[in-house]
Design a protein around this ligand. Structure first.
Ligand code: SF4
Length: 375
């Protein structure tokens, strides 16, 4: 993969407005829209620019196939997020435009009264390929406490079941914390019941309203990784992480142990499946006011789409180039044999230390080289 030229995933935070008040909200969402949100016209221009990444990736990549989730020449996956995207009256126009220019288009609405059957039907009619819904507990008591508003669990379940019934693919999203880590098995049953295509587990970055006390210890991360790894062997849906790049190291270690393959072969297998995406490497986040961030959890801007070209910021800004160079990692991540497929969460390193190249403080792994240097 040549992520120096084009990302695999572009996330646009179309608004920070949202009627929920979730304890871990990245955006510290407000109920009102920001006056400097990108306009509809600016949104169209942004989508055109995102589409043009596909042309560059075609030129920059060898023409190999083989069923990889991201093919050369394919434009990035386009995700409309918030806040709550449904707070924007022009959302359906923007979604329609995005799909019409050939962007695979996903949307992540909040489970509020705005998420009606009509809205979900509207996503499908606009050409949305997948709707992502967050559920952080297997029942109303757990989930609603986390989301801050009673009734949110029932609304999320309604949305997932309605999408299933009309044939719109869904992604099930869970923020893993101390509050729900013991309930993940029950949640897996719900993912299966609503027939989501993917269960995406978010690991906390202590920013916005996210509380440090809710975050797992490094050892607890490993326990959740084991659960995910075993689940992924039999589940009828995909299982992936956000901001837990070291799950790839875990999978590579397990593959090596179980199949008797070399470290290099197991790492290559994981790289092929996950593409080695991380903050600023295969991934770019455009904020509601057009700032270009390497991730929604890493508040450092490489430029602004109102004055810079997104393609230029992604390819050439010092920040993005530095993030893509895993040899620049500090601490044990810089010495780690898994740094090319993992490299640690840059957002978590920044949230903890103010240095985005520092080691990921939630990883238990001790690299061989670090051990050798210490010994
Ligand atoms: S030490 Fe860093 S690069 Fe190595 S597995 Fe842990 S987080 Fe990943």
């Amino acid at each position: 993969m040549n992520f120096d030229q084009a990302p695999m995933l572009v996330i646009w935070e179309v608004t920070q407005a949202c009627d929920l008040a979730c304890v871990h909200c990245r955006a510290s969402a407000q109920s009102d829209r920001h006056p400097r949100e990108l306009t509809t016209e600016q949104g169209y221009r942004l989508l055109d620019e995102i589409r043009s990444f596909g042309d560059a990736s075609a030129a920059a990549k060898p023409a190999h196939g083989g069923g990889h989730p991201f093919q050369p020449g394919e434009p990035p996956l386009m995700v409309f997020t918030g806040g709550d995207p449904l707070k924007r009256p022009d959302l359906f126009e923007l979604l329609r435009y995005s799909a019409s220019i050939g962007l695979r288009t996903n949307v992540t609405p909040s489970a509020t009264p705005l998420l009606t059957a009509k809205a979900i039907d509207g996503f499908q009619q606009a050409g949305v390929s997948r709707m992502a819904i967050s559920l952080d507990g297997p029942d109303a008591a757990t989930h609603d406490e986390f989301r801050g508003i009673p009734g949110t669990f029932d609304r999320a379940m309604f949305a997932l079941r309605h999408a299933r019934d009309i044939g719109l693919d869904t992604q099930f999203q869970t923020t893993v914390t101390k509050r729900n880590m013991a309930r993940l098995e029950e949640m897996a049953e719900i993912v299966q019941e609503v027939r989501s295509k993917m269960w995406s587990l978010f690991f906390l970055i202590v920013t916005g309203r996210a509380l440090e006390n809710d975050d797992l210890t490094a050892e607890e991360y490993e326990k959740v990784f084991e659960f995910m790894y075993q689940l992924s062997k039999t589940a009828p849906f995909g299982v992936k992480t956000t901001e837990a790049m070291h799950y790839r190291r875990y999978v590579a270690q397990r593959a090596k142990a179980e199949h008797g393959i070399t470290e290099n072969e197991s790492a290559k297998g994981v790289a092929w499946r996950t593409s080695g995406v991380s903050d600023g490497k295969g991934f770019v986040f455009v904020s509601h006011t057009g700032e270009v961030f390497p991730s929604g959890f890493l508040p450092l801007s490489g430029g602004n789409v109102l004055r810079d070209r997104l393609t230029d910021v992604y390819r050439n800004s010092e920040l993005f180039r530095d993030l893509r160079d895993t040899d620049h990692r500090g601490g044990k991540c810089g010495l780690c044999e898994y740094r090319k497929i993992c490299g640690g969460s840059r957002s978590r390193a920044y949230a903890f230390t103010g240095d985005y190249q520092a080691e990921d403080p939630r990883c238990t792994y001790q690299p061989h080289l670090a051990e050798a240097l210490a010994g």
